[in-house]
Write a protein that binds this ligand. Structure first.
Ligand code: NDP
Ligand SMILES: O=C1O[C@H](COP(=O)(O)O)[C@@H](O)[C@H](O)[C@H]1O
Length: 514
């Protein structure tokens, strides 16, 4: 038993019945599982993919008897070199515990190119040997390919997997591929990539990962919205004045300037992470929790978004961004953007959805802020404290709180702003909040596509942002300079005010301490 306030990890059985989210009619699967991380020498693999696999392993979701992990990349390194690279990124990886040792022994490395058969044939041989050594029986050849690679190599890699590495039909089981963002640069390139991959794999085999969908509080959105009577009648244009979905980072592009400059903050954060969150905030109740029912509702939201107007966009670029030698001196790439989206449907007509994301700002946080309208016939006018807000803090200090006006304790009848607060660290002491990648990889193994982006969703998301992105790429919209460590361009706050957001002055939510 963990002491109060201490976070701990438990071995959990892989039990389908324990979670309501599993009612997606997937058949429970056991048997030989090969997880292949392509691009194993890279940044994402060492920082996110392998640590997520380790966490799944130490919680008992990946069984020693079934699983084998393969790293694949061009770099010529040995199994031990790869293990050494990964070790430092595992939780407490430098104290080589039994768990760390056993996990690292599960990893083998195969080197090869991304567009020639030899490497993939060697990979297939290594996987088959593993399947053979585990005495695989029918239905037990499960092969998961995680493409931790630049999207430019997805098409050749998918072709190679299809030609040389599919699960063996006599054993049954499955082959699935996980692809990372950025999935295209605009509608046309995304559709081309989708078609290339779609010719090789069926949609149920393709897992387009958006790690924001794996975050605990993003996963809580459906429960909050549809399991609480309190919110059902309030969640609409009659009561809600505006919705903000905000991502802030207090560091810049930090050595990733070359990559970032080709994409910018809208492609990096808004078109995917924030838009996915918007869908979950705005969608209608799905028929059930089946992945297709949920994704159908998300697509409807995206298809109801009106074209974005230039006057409802503010772009910024932090001073010093172009000091990175890999960023061109004349770059107009935004590192900050605020854009207002309007959803043209019965529930949301007239409610601005303000999406804001920025790098090198004054704080690091991601949150959803639902601001309610003023109370009609307000009798406390003279001491008005501010509007009700429902805030879902995605990170850090995960929390859900409701800003309310209450009576200030004491003899006087005066009002104050306070909150009803569910702070996770305090309420769920000793409970581990899983990393987004950990949860999503587990979903791919279970075959649950609920938290992955379907092809038509991706298309609709690009349809919303492509015209704006093209205007930015053509230099028709300029990025305003802002100071690193600031709130971003002042024009963004003016836009917020124009959209009807009423800021509460003199009140700051402080995460409770234990
Ligand atoms: N890093 C992160 O935090 C995040 C990354 N992503 C996405 O994940 C994917 C991988 O990201 P990341 O690990 O940072 O990328 P890297 O730049 O580290 O690339 C991963 C590996 O791919 C190979 N590679 C790199 N460039 C090329 C190229 N031009 N042609 C062929 N192979 C290449 C290299 O392996 P080798 O040369 O050994 O073959 C490299 O180790 C990308 O799609 C990225 O956008 C998404 C979210 C966060
Ligand atoms: O996808 C990305 O996300 C990270 C932020 O992820 P978070 O889970 O730490 O919020 C961001 O830094 C990166 O630019 C982007 O590509």
């Amino acid at each position: 038993m963990a002491a109060v306030g201490e976070w701990h990890c438990e071995k959990r059985p892989f039990d389908k019945s324990e979670s309501f989210a599993n009612n997606n009619e997937n058949v429970p699967e056991t048997g030989c599982l090969s997880i292949v991380v392509l691009g194993a020498s890279g940044d994402l693999a060492k920082k996110k993919t392998f640590p997520a696999l380790f966490n799944l392993y130490r919680q008992g979701f990946l069984q020693l008897n079934d699983v084998h992990i393969f790293g694949y990349a061009r770099t010529k390194i040995s199994d031990d070199d790869l293990r050494d690279r990964i070790k430092g990124y595992l939780p407490n990886g430098n104290d080589v515990t039994e768990d760390v040792k056993n996990f690292l022994l599960l990893i083998k490395y195969v080197s090869g190119s991304y567009d020639a058969p030899e490497g993939f044939q060697a990979l297939d041989k290594a996987i088959s040997e593993h399947e053979f050594s585990k005495n695989s029986t029918e239905g037990s050849s499960r092969r998961l390919f995680y493409l931790a690679l630049p999207p430019s190599v997805y098409p050749p890699v998918c072709r190679m997997i299809k030609s040389h590495c599919m699960n063996k039909s006599d054993l049954g089981g499955w082959t699935r591929i996980v692809v990372e963002k950025p999935f295209g640069r605009d509608l046309e390139s995304a559709e081309e990539l989708s078609s290339q991959i779609g010719e090789l794999f069926e949609e149920p085999q393709i897992y387009r990962i958006d790690h924001y969908l794996g975050k605990e509080l993003v996963q809580n959105l459906l429960v909050l919205r549809f399991a609480n009577r309190l919110f059902l009648p309030l969640w609409n244009r009659d009561n809600i004045a505006n919705v903000q979905i905000v991502f802030r980072e207090d560091f810049g592009t930090d050595g990733r300037g070359g990559y970032f400059d080709q994409y910018g903050i809208i492609r990096d954060i808004i078109q995917n992470h924030l838009l996915q969150v918007l869908c979950l905030v705005a969608m209608e109740k799905p028929v059930s929790l089946k992945p297709e029912h949920i994704r159908d509702e998300k697509v409807k939201v995206l298809q109801s978004v009106l074209p974005i107007k230039d006057e409802e966009v503010v772009l910024g670029q932090y001073e010093g961004y172009k000091d990175d030698p890999t960023v061109p001196d004349n770059s107009n790439t935004p590192t900050f953007a605020t854009a207002i989206l309007h959803i043209h449907n019965e529930r949301w007509e007239g409610v601005p959805f303000i999406l804001k994301a920025g790098k090198a700002l004054n704080s690091r946080k991601a949150e959803i802020r639902v601001q309610f309208k003023d109370v009609p016939g307000d009798i406390f006018k003279c001491q008005k404290q501010g509007r009700n807000e429902f805030v879902i803090r995605l990170q850090p200090s995960e929390a859900i709180y409701m800003k309310l006006t209450v009576k200030q304790p004491g003899l006087e009848m005066s009002t104050a702003q306070s909150e009803l607060d569910l702070s996770y660290r305090q309420r769920y002491q000793g409970v581990v909040i899983p990393e987004a990648y950990e949860r999503l990889i587990l979903d791919t193994i279970k075959g649950d596509q609920q938290h992955f982006v379907r092809r038509d969703e991706l298309k609709a998301a690009w349809e919303i942002f492509t015209p704006l992105l093209h205007r930015i790429d053509n230099g028709e919209l300029k990025s305003l300079p802002y100071k690193p460590g600031s709130r971003g361009p002042a024009e963004a706050d003016q836009l917020l005010e124009q959209a009807g957001y009423v800021q509460t002055h003199g009140y700051i939510w402080i995460p409770p301490t234990l």
